[in-house]
Design a protein around this ligand. Structure first.
Ligand code: PAF
Length: 289
C-alpha cells in the first residue's frame, strides 16, 4: 500500500491512472477506522475489480467542525488505521495535512467553499450550521484530487450522502456515488468512531437510538393508516428520556430521497435522530419498513 501525503502528488497519480484507463474507487474517511469503514473498502474493491485501484483517505477535516466542537479530541490512530487499510486491500492511502488541503487558511489565504443550500438546512445542518459546508468543500476537493469513478459512503450519515449526491449532480462531478448499509454492533448500536468515547455506564444506554428506530418501525408497520409524526416524535422522546445519560437533540421523519419532512408517515418513510449520550452526540437513521 502506497501512502500519499501531498495533494499535488495525489492528483498526478490520479491523472496517470486516468491516462492508463484504470478504474478508481474511493472511500473518504476521517480515520479511527472500524468494521463499517472496512466494509466500504471491500465493497469498493468489488466495484472496481482487481486491476482497479482502491483509494482511501484519512483526513480529520477542520472545516466541518464548529469552533465549539472539539476537533483536537477527535480520535486518531494512524498506525492502526494503516494496518487496517492494508488488510482491507487498499492500494493508496491519501493522508494529507491541513496545509496541503487548505493552504493559507490560518492566515486568511484560503477562501473558496462549496455550499449546498437546501438539503443541508435541516437535521444535522440545523444542529451544526457550518458542518455541511465543510463536508461538501472537503469532499469536492478530495474528488478533484483522487478523480474516482466511484465513491462509497456509509448510510449512517444518510443526510451527508444525500447532500453529496446532490453536489455530484449539481456540479457535474463525473463519478458515481454509492451508499453502503450501516454496520451495527450485536446490540444494534451503529458503528462509529465516536463510540470509543462512551463510558462503561453510557455504552448500554447508547442502544437507545436503535431501540427508538425499532419502536418507530413497529408503530408504522402495525398501522393501516398514516402515523402523525408529532405524536410519534413524542413517543420517541419519551423512550429516549428513560435513559439517564441520554438527551434527544432531534428526531425527524422524512422522504429518504428528497429529505422532505413528513407530517404523517407510512412504511418506507425514513427516520433520523441525534442523541447526546453524556457529552457525546450520536446519530442514526433507518427506513421504517
Ligand atoms: O463521513 C465522514 O467521515 C466525513 O464527513 C467525510 C465524508 C470523510 C468528509 O470529511
Amino acid at each position: 500500500m502506497r501512502i500519499v501525503t501531498s495533494a499535488a502528488a495525489m492528483q498526478r497519480l490520479a491523472l496517470r491512472w486516468r491516462r492508463e484507463g484504470k478504474r478508481v474507487g474511493f472511500v473518504p474517511t476521517m480515520g479511527y477506522l472500524h468494521d463499517g469503514h472496512l466494509s466500504l473498502m471491500s465493497r469498493t474493491r468489488r466495484l472496481v475489480g482487481k486491476p482497479g485501484i482502491v483509494v482511501a483517505s484519512i483526513y480529520v477535516n477542520p472545516t466541518q467542525f464548529a469552533p465549539t466542537e472539539d476537533l483536537s479530541a477527535y480520535p486518531r490512530d494512524l498506525e492502526r488505521d494503516k494496518a487496517l487499510c492494508r488488510k482491507a486491500g487498499v492500494d493508496v492511502l491519501f493522508f494529507p495535512s491541513d496545509a496541503e488541503m487548505y493552504p493559507g487558511r490560518e492566515t486568511g489565504g484560503y477562501s473558496t467553499y462549496v455550499i449546498e443550500e437546501k438539503l443541508s438546512q435541516s437535521m444535522e445542518g440545523g444542529s451544526r450550521p457550518t458542518h455541511f459546508r465543510g463536508v461538501t468543500t472537503v469532499v469536492a476537493k478530495l474528488f478533484n484530487l483522487v478523480l474516482p469513478e466511484v465513491a462509497v459512503f456509509g448510510a449512517k450519515d444518510w443526510q451527508q450522502a444525500a447532500i453529496l449526491r446532490r453536489m455530484v449532480r449539481d456540479l457535474n462531478f463525473p463519478l458515481k456515488l454509492m451508499v453502503a448499509p450501516t454496520l451495527r454492533e450485536k446490540d444494534g448500536l451503529a458503528m462509529s468512531s465516536r463510540n470509543k468515547y462512551l463510558t462503561v455506564e453510557q455504552r448500554p444506554q447508547a442502544t437507545i437510538l436503535w431501540r427508538a428506530l425499532q419502536l418507530a418501525r413497529q408503530v408504522v408497520v402495525s398501522s393501516h393508516t398514516p402515523i402523525y409524526t408529532d405524536l410519534l416524535g413524542k413517543e420517541i422522546a419519551a423512550l429516549i428520556a428513560t435513559q439517564p445519560a441520554a438527551r434527544l437533540d432531534y428526531v425527524e421523519f422524512f422522504d429518504g430521497e428528497t429529505l422532505q419532512p413528513a407530517t404523517a408517515v407510512t412504511r418506507g418513510a425514513h427516520m433520523a435522530l441525534a442523541v447526546f449520550i453524556g457529552k457525546k452526540r450520536l446519530i442514526d437513521n433507518a427506513v421504517l419498513k
